[in-house]
Design a protein around this ligand. Structure first.
Ligand code: FES
Length: 109
């Protein structure tokens, strides 16, 4: 559909699951993944304070809006931070990020 994009979740074995995501509902990636039954605790409710929504972006990192100081400060506390780590609650679904691919890195994954 016109207002949909395709996102991919990359699994530890390298396989990827495509997901059709709406861009007209003002959802964050965290909210979308939770809605698709991915195991993201999101204990802070999307305030960049818990890091349980941590993802590592394996494709499309350059399409994301720049990381904020608050987001970076939270990511920097994590033992498994990568060069392309983001908090999925800080990523808004929009047409720019079509094809984005992420690995889930938070608690429970
Ligand atoms: S939901 Fe807590 S940091 Fe993203």
């Amino acid at each position: 559909m016109e207002n949909n994009i395709t996102l991919f979740v990359e699994h530890p074995d390298g396989t990827k699951t495509p997901l059709e995501a709406p861009t007209d509902m003002n959802l964050s990636l965290m909210e979308f993944l939770k809605g698709n039954d991915y195991n993201i605790l999101a204990t802070c409710g999307g305030m960049a304070l818990c890091a349980t929504c941590h993802v590592s972006v394996t494709k499309g990192f350059e399409t994301l809006t720049p990381i904020s100081d608050d987001e970076y400060a939270m990511l920097d506390t994590l033992p498994n931070i990568t060069d392309t780590s983001r908090l999925s609650c800080q990523i808004k679904l929009n047409s720019e990020i079509d094809g984005l691919t992420v690995k889930l890195m938070g608690d429970g994954n």
